[in-house]
Design a protein around this ligand. Structure first.
Ligand SMILES: [Zn+2]
Length: 157
């Protein structure tokens, strides 16, 4: 026995979760394109490839019956592919509508009478109001005492 030979266990069950993506998997795009051109039998396509071929033809503005003819398949197959495509589009739309979470969720608009309010005035090119000046002074004092602005007192605006 050669001791340096490493035994490689089959990796089949250890799918890398980062490789699991929604949507097309192993797709032979040449077959899809040829099927869409009407030069490749639909029967040889995988389900996913058939869906892509239908999607390609639908995107080209071809109606369901003509797609079925082109792919030499039935309209119910085309309809099923439409369902898959529509579900995918809906998922994509939902994902696109997810608002990007703000970087600092906890913070609302800067209120007057606080250090943030003071700086907000400055950013707007304004002279900070009296409450903000007082709030900023109080925050500075708090910082000198506690080493943090967290918990600094606010001044009523
Ligand atoms: Zn202010």
């Amino acid at each position: 026995m050669n001791a340096s030979r490493t035994f490689h266990a089959p990796q089949v069950m250890q799918a890398d979760p980062t490789l699991i993506v929604e949507g097309p998997g192993d797709i032979d795009w040449v077959a899809v394109e040829r099927a869409a051109e009407g030069t490749y039998p639909h029967a040889l396509l995988t389900n996913e490839e058939a869906v892509e071929a239908v999607g390609m033809l639908r995107a080209a503005g071809i109606n369901q019956r003509d797609i079925a003819d082109r792919l030499t398949t039935g309209r119910h197959e085309v309809k099923r592919a439409y369902d898959v495509l529509n579900a995918r589009a809906a998922r994509a739309a939902r994902a696109a509508n997810q608002p990007t979470p703000p970087r600092r969720r906890a913070t609302g608009p800067a209120r007057c009478g606080t250090r943030r309010g003071y700086h907000a005035h400055q950013r707007r090119g304004e002279t900070p109001c009296t409450a903000c000046k007082a709030g900023n002074t109080a925050a500075d004092r708090h910082y000198r005492m506690h080493g943090t602005y967290h918990g600094a007192p606010e001044v009523a605006a």
